[in-house]
Design a protein around this ligand. Sequence first.
Ligand code: ADP
Ligand code: F6P
Length: 320
Amino acid sequence: MQKAIGILTSGGDAPGMNAAVRAVTRAAISRGYKVIGVQRGYNGLLDGETLELDERSVSNIIQRGGTVLYTARCDEFKEKEYQQKAVEKCIEMGVEGVVVMGGDGTFKGAAALSAGGIRCIGIPATIDNDIVCTEYTIGFDTAMNTAVEMIDKLRDTAQSHDKCSVVEVMGRNAGWLALNVGLAVGATGIVVPEIKFDINALAAKMKRIQQGRKQHFIIVFAEGCGNSSEFAAKLTELTGIETRDTVLGHVQRGGNPTVRDRNIASEMGYYAVELIDSGKSNRVVGLKNGSVFDVDIYEGLAMTKPFDERLYRIANEIAF
Ligand code: ADP
Ligand code: F6P
C-alpha cells in the first residue's frame, strides 16, 4: 500500500488554512505520499468522511478564506474509545501521519493519535493568536486587517456625529486581536482580559480630550471582557457622550487571507510534512523570533506567553 498522509482542519476556521492544506498536499505528493483529506475535523476520521487529494484538488484555494476540508468540533474525540477507533481508521487507510490544523484542543487530539502510533503534527491556526507555544497563528493577520477595515468605517460615522463607538472584537479569552487592532485604529481605550481596566479613568480621559478639538472616540473591547453593550451604556452614563456598541462577530473569521497568512501557512504546511517524513511525531509547528520551529505537543501546551504590556502601554499613551 502507498504510504499516506492525512490532513484535517478542526476548531474554528481561520483564513490561511487553505494555503496550508495546499502546501501539505503538494509537499507530501512530492515525497511520494498519497494525501487523504479528512473532512469536518476529527468527525471525518471517525466517520470515514475522507477524500484523496491530488495536486489539482488544491488548485485555486491559496487565496480563499475558510477551509475546503470543512471544520467541526467533535466532543467524543476527547474519549479514549474514539481516539482508538481513529487510530484504527488511520491504519486501515495506510495513513502513517496526520497534519492537524487548529488550536490547543485540536493539538490534544493530535497527541492522542500520536500516542496510538500515528505520526501527528499540529499547525496553529486561529484568529485569536492565543496559542502559547508560538508567536503567530495562521489567520491572525487577516482577522486584524478585517477588523481594522470595519473600524475605519465606523470611525467615519462616529466622527461625523461626534459619537463614541465601542467595538467588540473576537479573541476568545485573549486580548491579542483587540490590542493589535486597537493600536492600528488609534483607539482611545483598549479593553482586554489580561489587563485590569478602569472605566472611570477612561471616562475622565474622554472628557479631557473632549475639552480639546476631538469629539469622537473609538474603544476596542475584547469579547473575553464580558458584555460590550453594558460597557457602552456605562460609558454613556459616565461621560454623557452618546456611545454605540458594535459587535464585529464572525466577519472577522472570513475573507481572503493576507500575504502574511498565505506565506506562513505555506511554510508551516511544508515544514509539517518534512517532520512526518523524517519520522517525527507529536510536534507542534510554531514561529519563534520570526522563524518556523517545532516543539513537543505537551511541552508546547504547558508553555506561557506573557501579554505584550509594553505595546498596550504605547497604544494608550499615544491615543488622545
Ligand atoms: P481549538 O482546536 O481551536 O482549541 P477546540 O477546543 O474546540 O478548538 O477543539 C477542537 C477539537 O479538538 C474538539 O472538538 C475535539 O474534537 C478535539 N479536542 C479538544 N480537546 C481534546 C482533548 N482533550 N482530547 C482529545 N481531543 C480533543
Ligand atoms: O477561536 C476562534 C473564535 O472565532 C473565537 O474568537 C470566538 O470566541 C470563537 O471562535 C467563536 O466560536 P463559534 O464560531 O463556535 O461561536
